[in-house]
Design a protein around this ligand. Structure first.
Ligand code: ASP
Ligand code: MG
Length: 418
């Protein structure tokens, strides 16, 4: 049994959905579970809608109409008028209508998950209907009854035992009967509220299902030929890895390679299920295989560039040393503010941390820290991570730049640059 994951870029327009059906059609003889993300940039647009609703701004209806229109335009290209999918999608959007009718009272993260989740609920309705239209028998599955999480909204923590039981109970028989299409990125709480698993979490969804079902492999279909040594949008002569070990893939995603969500690998590694990263426009190409004991010699370094970084330094108000107690307090405040640390460094009197700038989390973080610490920060910085440095690439990348923080270990160099 195979698990496929199609991300937003692969289903961003009617052509993408037709291509998805073509790819799936090549695997007719297999049992297939298909995990789909929201179409194109829908999640960003729904985030904008959530903010507009929470702040009750004037553009709220316009943002919402734009999201609906985008989906209806794609559907108009794929289905005859009167096809039942139009009603299914309209009924799904009603979940947002109900929410935004009243003034916002609930917690922001809760509202976020109830609104943003509609992107995946709608995209899977459309994909499922189109597969059936294309003669590939498929059924739609509401993932919220299968992936159970706690109620940490926007970062749902998977309850593995309950999830495994639900998945094993009915999915194997459903997969014998037809293809199953379900939502990436979403989960459900015990009170039947919707949670999300963290941005770009659909890969993780695919890996949870694969681990629980003992799948033969997971394939994530991408708009690149496989896992590359660097971002092709930033570097010209990138190379594709044919194979990577789970460990190298975990390291790469940990340092910010966006090709796979960081939480994806571990469940697959534990269950020894290979992860294939393949190009959705050339499904016959081998892509990259991530598995145990993969053979790889790094002829080229792995380069990961993260823009829009903040470097923040904390010191105690009385200029005492940064002690273990301070560190534990600082870490818990970062966790509470949902800020993930990319690099950190301690000195006697200060503690420096580099992380992604996200306006709303950043202001939460400053609020949580400012009463106990002196804070200094720079933003608009770049974090460069180079693994397996070859040909002095670190030197080339940093030439002419101001290095604000540098950390070197045997295989990895990390630099924060201005
Ligand atoms: N649609 C969600 C996002 O854009 C999840 C995903 O794409 O994996 O973050
Ligand atoms: Mg996405």
């Amino acid at each position: 049994m195979l698990v496929f994951k199609f991300g937003g870029a692969s289903v961003k327009d009617a052509e993408g959905i037709i291509n998805l059906a073509n790819v799936v059609g090549k695997y007719k003889s297999e049992q297939l579970l298909i995990v789909v993300s929201a179409m194109g940039k829908t999640t960003n647009a729904l985030e904008k809608l959530t903010k507009a609703y929470a702040d009750q701004t004037d553009d709220m209806q316009a943002v919402y109409e734009g999201i609906k229109q985008y989906h209806y335009d794609i559907m108009a290209e794929l289905f005859e008028p009167g096809h039942p999918v139009f009603d299914d999608v309209a009924n799904t959007f009603v979940e947002i209508d109900w929410m935004i009718e009243d003034e916002p009272h609930d917690d922001y993260d809760f509202i976020y998950d109830q609104i943003v989740s509609v992107g995946e609920l709608v995209s899977t309705r459309i994909v499922n209907a189109y597969l059936n239209e294309a003669g590939l028998k498929s059924q739609w599955l509401d993932v919220r009854g299968y992936i159970h999480t706690d109620n940490t909204y926007r970062e749902g923590v998977v309850q593995w035992d309950k999830t495994r039981d639900s998945i094993k109970l009915s999915l194997p028989t459903q997969l014998e009967r037809s293809i199953v299409v379900t939502q990436g990125f979403l989960g459900g709480t015990s009170e039947n509220f919707t949670t999300t698993l963290g941005r770009e979490g659909s890969d993780y969804t695919a890996s949870i299902f694969a681990a629980c079902l003992g799948a033969d492999s997971v394939t994530t279909w991408k708009d690149v030929p496989g896992v590359l040594n660097a971002d092709p949008k930033l570097f010209e002569d990138t190379v594709k890895f044919d194979e990577l070990t789970y460990t190298e893939a975990i390291e790469m995603t940990y340092y910010g390679a966006t090709v796979i969500h960081p939480k994806t690998i571990k469940p697959l590694q534990n269950a020894k299920i290979p992860l294939l990263v393949k190009p959705f426009n050339h499904p016959e190409e081998p892509g990259t295989v991530i598995k145990d004991g993969a053979a790889h010699v790094f002829k080229k370094p792995v380069i990961i560039i993260k823009q829009d970084q903040v470097l923040l330094s904390l010191s105690t108000k009385d200029y005492s040393f940064i002690s273990e107690d301070h560190l534990s307090d600082i870490f818990s405040k970062f966790a509470k503010s949902h800020v993930k640390i990319n690099v950190m460094q301690t000195s006697a009197l200060s503690f420096s941390v580099c992380f992604d700038y996200k306006a709303e989390y950043f202001s939460r973080l400053l609020d949580n820290l400012k009463s106990d610490y002196n804070i200094k920060y720079n933003n608009d910085l770049t974090l460069i991570t180079v693994r397996h440095d070859r040909d002095g690439i670190v030197k080339n990348l940093t030439a002419g730049k101001t290095i604000l923080l540098e950390q070197l270990s045997r295989n990895t160099a990390q630099l924060v640059l201005k």
